[in-house]
Design a protein around this ligand. Structure first.
Ligand SMILES: [Zn+2]
Length: 453
């Protein structure tokens, strides 16, 4: 007897297409995918007719802990679940990863109602010296280097060892880790002050000025160097949160000549928001929001496969950290709960992007890139991480309903379709009829995603 059946939904299977069918779940895994007409008997059946069933989203890019430290694992996982996200990767940074990683993972296991994995943020020589050890011990195969924290900009944040040497050493070490990949934040931070000074002096306080102080070519220049270094180091590299057409052009040019794997991630906000967004300072983020032509180019990249993954770069801060001054406002904003509806409203309905492509960039490709063979699709044997989506009901984004530690969202008021109705994590309902379940609230059972390293 099956535990649960999702009956007669439109199943969005990224590898094969959208087809009517039912999903039978047993012991947290998908036991059977049945064609229409086949009857499955289970203890419980959820009628999914007229609804889409997606593989649970795996957000490749979040910052758990930037809001209320370890409590974020509770709040942000619940917000994620409401958005159909059943697993996330979060960046973990500390002075010594050997000491901090164990307790941090334990907090996640205690509080998170969805599964979670870590990327290590590497900011010092010690991190590189101990990379093989920490990778094996904690099952982490993905690393991030922050080129925007080089030099004076890094010193202001307490980082004094970030330079091209650290980047190159990271690549040399990461390529020895099975499945190893280096993600890089690309912005040429040494040139930014050239633009920032005059903009500040001119009294600019609008969101577009944030783009003008770090224009697209400062991202593209870093992208170029990173890919070139990666080819020489023979290390797979991932351009995370790519924001500009110019950057994507550079990626395409390099891919034509270098065989070394170059992966590209973008975020929902680079696809759906511009520097002229009415959210203003609330939408300050690094890299900055660009122009409509950049959004258009990135959507094309998602459609043609040159962009493989889409995340949220979720940062759960309070609105008070933004203030009214562009230059001192905190960067980043929440996005876990709106990732799927934004992709569906603007991507599918707005641009005809196939649902399977959305499932690929938000789930399958993330699972493949980061070594999660049991996740990313709808097939017998996979974890029963599933989202049942209402295709039709338009609802305004309202931060008050999204359960995050954050008390705002720059998407406030946007009318979106594609909201999750049910979210299952390994067969366990964490959202039912659009509401967090008792289990999600009182007995979170998210697991740490240890990669085979
Ligand atoms: Zn970044």
């Amino acid at each position: 007897m099956l535990d649960l059946v999702l009956a007669d939904g439109e199943l969005v299977v990224p590898e094969t297409g959208v087809a009517r069918g039912s999903v039978g779940i047993k012991d947290g895994r998908i036991a059977v995918v049945a064609a229409p007409g086949e009857t499955l008997t289970a203890r419980e059946t959820i009628d999914c007719s007229g609804r889409w069933v997606f593989p649970g989203l795996i957000d490749p890019h979040t910052h758990v802990g930037f809001g209320d430290k370890e409590r974020d694992f509770g709040t942000e996982a619940r917000s994620a679940a409401l958005g159909g996200v059943t697993a996330l990767f979060t960046f973990h940074r500390s002075a010594d990863l050997r000491e901090s990683s164990g307790p941090w993972i334990a907090e996640g296991e205690r509080r998170s109602c969805i599964d979670f994995g870590l990327h290590f943020g590497l900011t010092s020589a010690l991190h590189i010296d101990t990379l093989q050890e920490t990778a094996k011990r904690f099952g982490v195969s993905s690393f991030k280097v922050y080129l925007m924290y080089k030099g004076a900009a890094g010193a202001a944040k307490g980082f004094t060892e970030i330079d091209d040497g650290l980047l190159f050493r990271t690549m040399l070490e990461a390529r020895r880790v099975p499945g190893g990949v280096v993600g890089v934040h690309c912005e040429n931070v040494e040139v930014i002050p050239v633009f920032r000074g005059p903009l500040k002096a001119a009294g600019r306080n609008d969101l577009a000025a944030w783009d003008e102080q770090s224009p697209d070519f400062l991202e593209a220049e870093n992208v170029s160097r990173v890919i070139y270094f990666a080819a020489k180091a023979e290390c797979p590299v991932n351009i995370v949160h790519l924001s500009s057409r110019e950057g994507l052009e550079i990626v395409r040019r390099h891919r034509a000549v270098h065989r070394n794997p170059v992966h590209v991630e973008t975020c929902a906000h680079y696809l759906t928001m511009t520097r002229d967004d009415p959210a203003g300072i609330l939408a300050k983020v690094n890299p900055p929001l660009r122009r409509q032509t950049d959004c258009d180019a990135l959507w094309e990249g998602v459609a043609d496969g040159s962009i493989e993954t889409v995340g949220s770069d979720h940062v759960p801060r309070k609105v008070a950290t933004k203030g009214t001054d562009l230059w001192s406002a905190s960067a980043g904003f929440p996005g876990l709960a709106t990732l799927l509806p934004l992709m569906i409203e603007d991507g599918h309905y707005g641009r005809g992007l196939p649902l399977t492509r959305i499932a690929a960039v938000t789930s399958l490709n993330v699972a493949r890139l980061y070594g999660l063979p049991s996740k990313g699709s709808i097939a017998a044997g996979k974890d029963a991480d599933l989202v049942v989506v209402d295709p039709h009901t338009k609802r305004a984004v309202d931060h008050a309903t999204l359960a995050s530690f954050s008390d705002y969202t720059p998407m406030q008021g946007r009318m979106l379709r594609g909201w999750p109705v049910h979210t299952l994590v390994r067969g366990r309902p964490v959202v039912a009829d659009g509401r967090l379940t008792e289990a999600a609230l009182t007995a979170p059972a998210g697991r740490y995603l240890r990669r085979a390293v």
